[in-house]
Design a protein around this ligand. Structure first.
Ligand SMILES: Cc1ncc(C[n+]2csc(CCOP(=O)(O)OP(=O)(O)O)c2C)c(N)n1
Ligand SMILES: [Mg+2]
Length: 682
């Protein structure tokens, strides 16, 4: 055991935590008691004896992180947040799962102090913890590269509790494989091997040797067998954690447990996973725990006094860390300045000045101009860290002056454990979850790139990023049938509107290189989840002496070129590559004396954030002939064009062929736009 031994008061505290889980679920009438009860000793061991944490300073940069990947066992975490004094009180536990309580069904980030991440979708917590471990190593190398391993104030551990479900989900395999490759020595996963999930015994669907799998991933693997009478063997677990802390690899502790231990009937049953145990079983369990069977939410004073010592202990650790931090600041004034800038969430000053202004006349794929801008930003912003799922050059995100993040002993050229470029491998889903972890850790502004079509592989992570409002940026290239010969498996159709339907997530599809630069700038300024959608094919750089300035892209939509008399009878709304078709159609329509305005709408969400009066000025209600043009599903555009308007898009799959031929074949052409205008004007 760490600097302590396990005594009677630890045992008592654990029994109290078990009973709190039992009572909270019982009083709510629903919830997940079994695992919260069974793992109470694990959580106690971590919070009381292993983790560097300070309940009064839940945002302390140097703290260890605890991720409950199996979020359904939320009472496991809430009971610790109460017992350690993070601000939760008994009244909060009594309100478990009630509306507006601090103890919702699954842990929610930035809702309850001490919750490091929103968990509930199985697999995500473990996968994001890999991102946290990467971030920890990145910052440790940036701020304090010279200090020996495990000796820096920036060294810490990421602890994860994961269940069978977490390990069955593919995303945890993707992320764990990468963690093993990178040798993330600061990552310690405790796997609750209780052999129970909702449908029953895991032998129904999960029979591989999980420990062997993690060994093959190049992790250190420990197994902790059941203790006496079916209890968690805390002494062996403590030893395994100590060994894990010393390892130079990520560690996987397979911990055998019995769900709902020590409930006499409910233990080791699938029923104990997700339903209250019932009155009589609850009473028998309390007797087994040495508690009064008639009392609810019992917390003996000696227990609370004991567990809340972590407040004082944490405060001491925090202030000792700060003393060391001050010494570090003195010897590293430049880095310290960066530290303070990052902790305030500020960008470097004059960022705009370092961005290219692209000359008109050239035709350049937006993935290429995107790459130029990303490199300019990344050279100024140490926090901009990321990579691609094996498509670095294709996505345009290769960072020219950055090293690849690799394990300490890597022989790969131009690599470093503190490298800024992440070779995610072909692991799009884990890339999303890892980006969440990188952002959750603090300071980091992650980006991750792949083809837009494969955003489908990332949806669960995108949704969590949006739910937690994390500042992650997806770079999605090859954004339409315009990618050509790779054909319908690679041509996005429904992806744009599918992504736009995620609340709190911005989809940005710029129409030329200068809109790309402005879009990246706004994404960095906003610090919110976003995806930037870029072409494979070349698109012209617009002459901004003729057209409205690209800075207007920040408003989501703007009048790119108004009708000659500024009194349009037709408005063409377009995004990305289709803006150029709209401009060509406008020329033709104006030549036929049909007064036409073109609106570039790089981001629907940013436009919807604008004042009503601005929205009305761009898309006046009295102009009835509005046509949206985008090489994707028409779904969603009618909110802007109305029932009297039209949409030129694609409501079926694409095909393999030259982009020009595909646009023609599917009717996304100037002729069709002009014909549609005439049809609607009748
Ligand atoms: C991605 C995802 N799929 C399904 C669920 C619903 N669900 C919640 S817990 C669970 C499985 C429970 O088994 P296990 O993970 O072993 O947890 P234990 O019962 O041992 O606590 C399932 C299917 C979920 N939360 N997330
Ligand atoms: Mg299980």
């Amino acid at each position: 055991m760490s600097n302590n031994t396990w005594t009677e008061i630890d045992e008592k505290s654990v029994n109290v935590a078990r009973a709190l889980a039992l009572d909270a679920v019982e009083s709510a009438g629903h919830g997940h008691p079994g695992t919260a009860m069974a793992l109470a000793p694990v959580a106690h061991l971590l919070f009381q004896k292993f983790m560097n944490h300070s309940p009064a300073n839940p945002d302390w940069f140097g703290r260890d992180r605890f991720i409950l990947s199996c979020g359904h066992a939320s009472m496991l975490l809430y009971s610790q947040l109460f017992l350690n004094g993070y601000g939760l009180e008994i009244a909060d536990l009594k309100n478990f799962r009630k509306m507006n309580s601090l103890t919702p069904g699954h842990p929610e980030y930035q809702h309850t102090k001490g919750v490091e991440m929103t968990t509930g979708p199985l697999g995500q917590g473990l996968a994001s913890a890999v991102g946290m471990a990467i971030a920890s190593r990145y910052w440790r190398n940036y701020f304090d590269a010279k200090t020996s391993p495990k000796q820096s104030i920036f060294d810490n551990y990421i602890y994860v509790v994961a269940s069978d479900g977490d390990l069955q989900e593919g995303v945890s395999s993707e992320a764990s494989s990468l963690a093993g490759h990178l040798g993330l020595a600061n990552l310690i996963v405790i796997y609750d091997d209780n052999r129970i999930s909702i449908d029953g015994d895991t032998s129904l669907a999960f029979t591989e040797d999980v420990a062997a799998r993690y060994q093959a991933y190049n992790w250190d693997v420990h197994t902790v067998e059941l203790g006496q009478d079916g209890k968690v063997d805390v002494v062996s677990l403590g030893k395994a954690i100590k060994l894990s802390q010393q390892s130079d690899k990520p560690s996987f502790i397979r911990l055998k447990t019995i769900i709902a231990w020590p409930a006499p009937q409910a233990r080791n049953t699938a029923a104990a996973h997700g339903a209250p145990l019932g009155e009589s079983e609850t009473k028998f369990t309390k007797v087994a725990l040495g508690l009064d069977p008639e009392k609810h939410f019992q917390v003996p004073e000696e227990v609370l006094k004991y567990t809340r010592q972590s407040q004082t202990n944490g405060a001491i650790k925090f202030s000792e860390w700060n003393k060391k931090f001050e010494l570090w600041e003195k010897s590293n004034p430049t880095l310290a300045k960066e530290f303070h800038r990052l902790s305030k969430g500020e960008l470097v000053s004059n960022l705009t000045d370092s961005l290219s202004v692209f000359e008109p006349g050239n035709s350049v794929a937006s993935r290429k101009s995107g790459g130029t801008v990303l490199n300019e930003l990344a050279s100024k912003l140490v926090e901009l860290v990321g990579g691609s799922a094996d498509l670095a050059e294709s996505n345009g995100v290769a960072l020219k002056n950055s090293l690849s993040m690799q394990r300490i002993s890597s022989q790969i050229k131009e690599s470093s454990p503190g490298g800024k470029y992440l070779h995610f491998g072909i692991r799009e889903h884990a890339m999303g979850s890892i980006m969440n972890g990188l952002a959750l850790y603090g300071f980091t502004r992650p980006f991750g790139a792949t083809f837009l079509i494969f955003s489908d592989y990332q949806k669960p992570a995108i949704r969590l990023a949006a739910l937690m409002q994390l500042p992650v940026t997806y770079v999605w290239t090859h954004d339409s049938i315009g990618l050509g010969e790779d054909g319908p498996t690679h041509q996005p159709v429904e992806q744009l509107w599918s992504l736009r339907s995620i609340p709190g997530f911005s989809v940005v599809r710029p129409c030329d290189a200068n809109e790309v630069a402005i879009s990246w700038l706004k994404i960095m300024e906003d610090r919110k989840p976003a995806g930037i959608v870029l072409t494979r094919q070349n698109i012209p750089t617009l002459d901004r002496k003729i057209y409205a300035p690209a800075i207007n892209a920040k408003k989501g939509a703007y009048v790119l070129q108004d009708a000659p008399n500024s009194n349009p009878e037709v408005i063409l709304i377009a995004t990305g590559s289709e803006v150029h078709l709209a401009l060509d159609a406008q020329k033709e329509l104006n030549a036929q004396s049909i007064n036409t305005r073109v609106v570039s709408m790089p981001c629907v969400e940013w436009f919807q954030e604008q004042e009503q009066s601005y929205q009305e000025s761009v898309l006046p209600k009295n102009v009835k002939v509005k046509i949206a043009i985008e090489a994707g599903s028409t779904f969603g555009w009618y909110q802007f064009v109305g029932l009297e308007g039209g949409v030129i898009g694609l409501d079926h799959y694409g095909a393999s062929g030259k982009p020009e031929l595909l646009y023609k074949e599917f009717g996304i052409t100037v002729e069709k736009i002009v014909a549609k205008v005439k049809e609607l004007k009748k």
